[in-house]
Design a protein around this ligand. Structure first.
Ligand code: DX5
Ligand code: ZN
Length: 217
């Protein structure tokens, strides 16, 4: 599979979200990355069900919902009902990630497990078998527009080795500080899905940036 590009709508214009969604619908964006924050797991609060439901009505693209919330088990069914196609939960925010991943799959969504920059890949060892995707945070979650943390590169190789040794088909997504330069290195390192917020939405020509990100080979 060639890599996917997932614009993070955290950087979109919430005063005119429809315009940005229509723009993304015209673009080569594969997934819409939706960042849900609870003000506890991360020091910020973003948006929840009503916004996701509206976005669901405005696009047929895959909705990739990144839950930065404590005890995400409480809300998995509601996020699925709101329209999530991929639901990712943080390892650090969840008491029983294996059960939560199984629940996500039983709801008919793809299941992602996320780790923060400070969390080693090794914690995924007994969990990764239940996941369709691992999301590596390359910034400390909570805000868009931060700089990429370089040590993420070592974690990609560790993760690839874990996937290989367990003979799994698990996709790798990277989120935070992705730009057109590090995107190339990430793709060459085997990343399957690139999330990008600021790089896309702060550009005068987001469609062109998405096109350039898709064209990396
Ligand atoms: C950070 C979020 C990211 C963020 C990415 O907490 O999970 O998805 O919006 O934004 P950029 O690409 O601007 O770092
Ligand atoms: Zn995210």
């Amino acid at each position: 599979m060639s890599h996917l590009v997932a614009p993070s709508l955290l950087s979109a214009n919430f005063l005119n979200l429809e315009k940005d969604i229509m723009m993304l619908n015209q673009s080569e964006a594969d997934w819409f990355h939706l960042d849900v924050m609870d003000g506890l797991f991360v020091p910020n609060i973003s948006f929840g069900f009503p916004i996701i439901e509206k976005i669901r009505k405005a696009t047929t693209r895959v909705l990739d919902v990144h839950l930065m919330i404590i005890d995400p088990e409480r809300y998995l069914e509601r996020f699925r009902k709101a329209g999530a196609d991929v639901i990712s939960i943080h390892m650090e925010a969840c008491n029983n990630p294996v059960e939560a991943l199984k629940t996500i799959r039983s709801l008919g969504a793809k299941a992602g497990i996320v780790i923060n920059p400070g969390t080693p890949v090794s914690v995924l060892c007994d969990v990764i078998g239940e996941a369709d995707m691992v999301l590596l945070m390359s910034v400390n979650p909570g805000f868009g527009g931060q700089s990429f943390i370089g040590t993420t590169m070592d974690k990609i190789s560790d993760l690839k080795e874990m996937i290989r040794s367990q003979k799994l088909d698990v996709k790798i997504e990277v989120d935070g500080g992705v730009d057109l330069i590090n995107a190339q290195i990430l793709i060459h390192s085997g990343v399957d899905i690139l999330v990008a917020g600021n790089t896309i939405f702060a550009s005068p020509d987001p469609i062109q940036v998405i096109r350039q990100m898709k064209a990396i080979n």
